[in-house]
Design a protein. Sequence first.
Length: 100
Amino acid sequence: MQEKENIHVPRIGGRRSVAAGEPFNLVVILFHEMTKEHYIKTIALGDGERNYVVVEFFPEVSYPQVSFPVVLEKTTDLKFHVCCNKHGSWQTIWPVEVTK
């Protein structure tokens, strides 16, 4: 089970503290195979209430990595949802503190 979890949990790189209204990027990558039989279908960025961006991937022609441009006005727990065609959805929370 540990190996399955490791390939489905997104690795996120980026800032955890920003000024209100300041643009920044969050990079999301998964070390997951991308074959017709087993692949990452989507990575979504949201705040728990709604998704803001959904990126769709295609087996054998794409790699599950994306950079999300973000601008926040208040401290937020961003949520990344990953959907695997075989193993369902996985979520990672990335808290970002917004200062005035």
